[in-house]
Design a protein around this ligand. Structure first.
Ligand code: MG
Length: 232
């Protein structure tokens, strides 16, 4: 009994940073009613913990859905968020919610398929964080397409790498489409883990989130730590 009490106390106080407001709860209810997948509270809390350390000024999100992540993240971090959504219904709902939010001046939303998005609209922009949360079949292509806009010390975040738990299920049990997506998500995670320019941690919170810090390759590492001045 005492142990149970302790566990509940931990759960009650688990979310120290995330604060829902009337709008985020309304969006959450809308997403549930319309079967729109949104990040859960544990995933949000995890992202917010990292962002508290990172202190981003500008964030790019690939896959807005109804603007849930963008509005909550901007409200908690004061960062400006640029977000891209392909699906018309979601885009319109996102516009409506963003307009109603307290951070409407901090969010720019584009309606586009991120893979076809004309990146010239981002010319000259640098993002401290890029959050990938769109079509699960195209994560690597999103990563590679938008990486040029990531700051040198930027953080790339990839959501849904557990793919609602499908990555643990025997592949025979899944439909062909799900099997295919699951394989692509696993391939992406493996690719990400071995990326020479990023250090990645995979966390099994929310629906599985990867945080990839860009590694700055310093002059001197390849010659045993002796810098050019010393060598001369
Ligand atoms: Mg997601």
């Amino acid at each position: 009994m005492e142990q149970l009490y302790e566990q509940n106390t931990i759960l009650d106080t688990a979310f120290k940073i995330l604060k829902h407001d009337e709008l985020s709860l309304e969006m959450k209810a809308y997403a549930k009613e319309h079967n729109i997948p949104i990040i859960d509270d544990s995933g949000l809390e995890t992202v917010l913990q990292f962002l508290k350390l990172k202190k981003p000024k500008r964030i790019l999100e690939i896959g807005s859905a109804i603007g849930y992540w963008a509005t909550i993240i901007s409200r908690h971090t004061n960062a400006d968020v640029v977000t891209i959504e392909r699906e018309v219904g979601n885009f319109e709902k996102a516009c409506e919610y963003i307009a109603k939010s307290s951070v409407s001046d901090h969010i720019t939303i584009y309606r586009a398929d991120a893979l076809k998005f004309d990146v010239s609209s981002l010319e000259g922009q640098v993002f401290d964080v890029i959050f990938i949360d769109a079509a699960k079949s195209a994560y690597q292509r999103f990563f590679e397409k938008f990486e040029p806009f990531l700051a040198d010390d930027g953080l790339m975040i990839s959501d849904n790498l557990l793919f609602h738990g499908h990555i643990f299920i025997d592949r025979e049990d899944l439909s062909r489409n799900l099997r295919d997506l699951t394989r692509k998500i696993k391939t992406y995670s493996a690719w990400l883990a071995q990326h020479p320019n990023y250090e990645t941690i995979f966390l099994p919170l929310g629906d599985g989130i990867a945080f990839s810090y860009r590694v700055l390759h310093k002059v001197g590492i390849d010659n045993g730590g002796i810098d050019d001045e010393q060598k001369a």
